[in-house]
Design a protein around this ligand. Structure first.
Ligand code: ACO
Length: 403
């Protein structure tokens, strides 16, 4: 038996919950998830209704301010964001300092962190006007930073934002366009990306959002807190799953001769710890409501872009086989949102390294909404978990010559 009071250094009730699987660290009015019923709602609105009818900026407004915007509110929000898409020329020079093959996620988090140095009016988290301005600056500039991180990785020149375009169109142009050449925008692609951003926009207390809240609980400003969230998302167990799915599908195509059955058997026999990437979820034990929407998107967008990708066929066969297999059914393993996103991003022309950046663009309004909700919450306290101490009992110092 363990005397927990000794491990804690004090008596009293403390929960020990690695991974916080059953600890609610805050109350929140932003996102509702019922994992058993496969329900996801932002501010009460079902995710499929928002994905089917709304736009990313509309959903961002909803998450951040709590209500769907009126036409005027949306126009004003969009307009304010479009006036902040430019990066300061000195911030642009940061990109010169990163190695050419730098992963775009740490480039993104570094540049977001640096925004605190360019906008020192952002430092007081309780200055409402400053928070409003930081919100708009982030919503605008993160898209430009993401496009420049891509351009840097392929050694191409940066494009200035064109504010006659929507935020997502502008991002696509800055990512895939060239300075002297007109970029032919594909509206279907812009629409599909917009929808994917909506699907990723919030997911309550996931690792990166909890990180944003924890850092912000020390009264760190919005840029510092969001930069920490980007770093949390960088981890392969969080934002990196869409990349892992694509690698798995490629492996099935190249190393298993496209034989889905044999791969599924390897997973079931737990050979080399193989898992079906893009399957299973900590919270959804029925189905992930986002996965259905992404699957439809994948079929539609690949058809519209005229892309015939054998990886999509492999993904669909894999899903079909898994859903009909007792191993996966008994364990309540269903495709999650990331199962099809990689295939879509690939069809759009994004390299694998950019997949997690696209996730970050989507999650941005959720992070901002949670930070702001926390700052307005009178119950907010600095995050400070306890631990169970498992080190040595008290012992006396031994001088260096006796060791
Ligand atoms: N493939 C095969 N078996 C699996 C998988 C999978 N993808 N996921 C879980 N299992 C099995 C486990 O082996 C375990 O079986 P057992 O009870 O016989 O030992 C059982 O299902 C329960 O698994 P846990 O790991 O306890 O489930 P948990 O809820 O902790 O894990 C997770 C959830 C991490 C998402 C897991 O399902 C997984 O690793 N999936 C693949 C990675 C992935 O797609 N991650 C993206 C998540 S969504 C997102 O981040 C946006």
């Amino acid at each position: 038996a363990v005397d927990v009071s000794k491990l804690l250094g004090k008596t009293g009730l403390v929960t020990y919950d690695p991974g916080f699987t059953s600890t609610a660290a805050c109350s929140s009015a932003i996102t509702y998830i019922d994992g058993d019923a496969g329900i996801l709602r932002y501010r009460g609105y079902p995710i499929d209704e928002l994905a089917g009818n709304s736009s990313y900026l509309e959903v961002s407004y909803l998450l951040i301010y709590g209500e769907l915007p009126s036409k005027d509110q949306l126009a004003s929000f969009t307009n304010r964001i479009s006036r902040h898409t430019l990066l300061h020329e000195d911030l642009k020079r940061f990109f010169d300092g990163f190695p050419r093959d730098a992963h775009p996620m740490p480039v993104l988090s570094s540049a977001v962190s640096a925004l605190s140095t360019f906008y020192q009016d952002s430092l007081d988290p309780h200055d409402e006007d400053a928070v409003e301005l930081s919100t708009v600056r982030l919503m605008a500039k993160v898209f430009t930073i993401a496009a420049y991180a891509y351009k840097k990785s392929v050694g191409q020149p940066f494009l200035y934002p064109d504010n006659s375009l929507s935020l997502v169109e502008n991002f696509l142009q800055m990512t895939f366009g060239f300075p002297a050449e007109p970029y032919e925008l594909d509206q279907d692609m812009a629409k599909a990306l917009d929808t994917l951003l909506i699907l990723h926009a919030d997911h309550e207390q996931n690792c990166s959002t909890s990180t944003v809240r924890l850092v912000g609980s020390s009264q760190a400003n919005l840029f510092a807190s969001i930069s920490a969230g980007v770093n949390a998302l960088f981890g392969p167990l969080h934002g990196g799953a869409n990349q892992a799915v694509l690698e798995m599908l490629t492996q099935i195509r190249d190393q298993e001769d496209g034989n889905v059955e044999s791969f599924v058997n390897r997973v079931k026999n737990r050979e080399d710890g193989a898992r079906l990437m893009g399957f299973g979820h900590r919270v959804y034990k029925n189905y992930d409501p986002r996965a259905k929407i992404v699957k439809q998107q994948a079929e539609t967008i690949l058809k519209k872009l005229g892309v015939n990708d054998p990886l999509l066929d492999i993904a669909m066969t894999l899903e079909e086989k898994a859903l009909a297999d007792d191993y996966f059914v008994e364990r309540k393993l269903y495709p999650n949102v990331d199962f099809y996103t990689g295939v879509i991003y690939r069809a759009m022309g994004f390299p694998v390294k950019m997949f997690t950046v696209l996730f970050a663009l989507g999650r941005l309004p959720g992070w901002i909404a949670h930070w702001r909700e926390m700052m307005d919450d009178p119950q907010n306290k600095i995050g400070r978990p306890r631990q169970l101490y498992t080190g040595s009992a008290e012992r006396n110092y031994v001088s260096l010559d006796k060791r």
